[in-house]
Design a binder for this molecule. Structure first.
Ligand SMILES: NC(=O)C1=CN([C@@H]2O[C@H](COP(=O)(O)OP(=O)(O)OC[C@H]3O[C@@H](n4cnc5c(N)ncnc54)[C@H](OP(=O)(O)O)[C@@H]3O)[C@@H](O)[C@H]2O)C=CC1
Ligand SMILES: N[C@@H](CC=O)C(=O)O
Ligand code: NA
Length: 430
């Protein structure tokens, strides 16, 4: 077989960059048979040459100058694993404009500027692939864009942040404190450079925006996604959820409805028997419902060095094949609709509401009356711990539009018999 070498540049040599370097090394022997070409890392862009030299066999590939990559015509693929908006955005735009192909794991960027980047790729017949940007090693972008293209997809839902799932698992199963579990997730390479993005649901929101855009063929950006993180979830909430046969998970939910697209990330009580409840640690799972295929579920490692590198190298190999068969740029932006996005207040949910109230006659009745006056129907009320003066009550509501539920909360906040609203968590199901 004629030997063709495809030279690539790696931008960043952190957790994912190091993984990509290792996976390409592990694949070295088989590449030619697999692809009809060999993929060779010609350059690696780093900030600190000395630190990076310890991670590579031959430090002559290292550079701290972008010019060494963008002006090198022999480099046909740029793999961006630095993260952040800039200079990643500029480098990707320049690489695409120069006719290079790009692979990125950068959900921050794709969730905001995906259209501009894909348009640039389209103009230059280049490939811009980002399988690693959503759910790490789990194949989900390619299935949505290609394998499921014969469907009208109505729902994409799942656990799409490894760090928060890891933290919730450790809190639930090992009684670990939030801070300790976060430190462990960071040490294992799951968390973002700034873990606020994980904890507050922004990382999952970015991934959901990317998936919804592809699934519903209509651009959804990060700003469109309602996000709520796990910082307020307490050990007590988890304990009560368990007593009710539920687990608490951070879920991303995207639905294409007759009245618009719903896109939201928030903690949710789900029955422990639900398949998503068995998704533990840094694993992710994504449900997709299409009119032809029905239900599908994608499960695997959503974060970490090697799983994420697996997705990136898959993209690089795809590009290598396209180069070899001269068919680059086949699949670019697939957003050909402009669907409206629903406001969170118009979305229906069930709720778990935990409050500290005065322990005296009539309080429960007044709580029930506020809810009823705001069209919130009660599914279950449980009186929990009781001290000399206060009682803790937990209310589970039926499904109601969020704005009606929020109207009730506003009234509760002004009622002297309600000492504190401790938790509000959405509950799975209609
Ligand atoms: N970790 C994971 O599990 C996953 C990460 N991702 C995404 O992959 C990307 C990389 O993440 P990760 O590897 O974890 O992050 P790291 O922080 O571990 O690595 C980023 C690397 O890029 C380098 N870098 C940053 N800016 C520049 C620059 N201007 N020039 C040269 N090098 C630069 C950093 O250098 P320095 O060491 O000097 O700071 C660091 O080595 C992010 O977009 C992230 O969201 C996606 C899926 C999973
Ligand atoms: N920080 C992310 C990493 C992958 O995207 C996560 O925890 O899932
Ligand atoms: Na993926």
């Amino acid at each position: 077989m004629e030997k063709k070498t495809i030279q690539v540049a790696l931008l960043g040599l952190g957790t994912v960059g190091t993984g990509v370097y290792k996976v390409l090394q592990n694949q070295r022997e088989e590449m030619l048979s697999k692809l009809g070409a060999e993929v060779e890392i010609k350059r690696i862009l780093v900030r600190n040459l000395e630190k990076a030299a310890k991670k590579v066999e031959d430090d002559s590939v290292l550079t701290n100058r972008w010019e060494d990559i963008i002006h090198d015509d022999a480099i046909s693929v740029v793999i961006e694993v630095m993260g952040g908006m800039e200079p990643a955005r500029t480098y990707i735009m320049e690489a695409l404009a120069a006719g290079k192909h790009v692979v990125t794991a950068n959900k921050d960027l794709i969730a905001v500027d995906g259209k501009e980047l894909l348009d640039m790729a389209g103009t230059h017949h280049s490939d811009l692939l980002f399988e690693a940007a959503v759910a790490g090693g789990i194949p989900i972008i390619r299935p949505l864009k290609q394998c499921l293209a014969g469907n009208h997809i109505t729902e994409v839902m799942g656990i799409i942040n490894g760090t928060t799932n890891f933290i919730l698992t450790k809190m639930t199963e090992e009684g670990m404190e939030f801070e300790e579990a976060l430190a462990l997730a960071t040490e294992l390479g799951y968390a973002e450079a700034d873990p606020t993005a994980d904890i507050e649901g922004y990382d999952a929101g970015r991934k959901l925006a990317i998936m919804a855009s592809i699934a519903f063929n209509s651009r959804v950006t990060f700003d469109d996604v309602y996000t709520e993180g796990i910082a307020k979830i307490t050990a007590k909430d988890i304990k009560y959820a368990r007593e009710m046969g539920c687990d608490i998970k951070l879920l991303g939910v995207a639905r294409n409805t007759d009245t618009g697209i719903e896109v939201r990330v928030h903690p949710m009580l789900i029955p422990s028997a639900h398949p998503l409840a068995s998704v533990k640690d840094a694993f992710n799972a994504v449900f997709v419902h299409g009119d032809a295929v029905g239900d599908t579920m994608f499960y695997g490692s959503g974060a970490g060095e090697m799983p994420t590198a697996s997705a990136i190298v898959g993209d690089v190999f795809d590009i290598a094949r396209n180069i070899r068969y001269q068919c680059s740029g086949r699949i670019s932006c697939t957003c050909y609709k402009e669907l409206p996005i629903k406001q969170i207040g118009d979305i229906r949910s069930r709720y778990f509401l935990r409050m500290q109230v005065d322990d005296k006659p009539g309080v429960l009745a007044s709580v029930a009356s506020v809810l009823a006056n705001n069209s919130v129907s009660i599914a279950q009320v449980i009186q929990k711990a009781k001290s000399s003066e206060t009682a803790e009550i937990v209310v589970i509501t039926d499904s109601v539009e969020e704005r009606h539920f929020n109207d009730s909360l506003a009234i509760f906040q002004g009622m002297s018999v309600i000492r504190k609203i401790s938790s509000v968590i959405r509950v799975y199901g209609e």
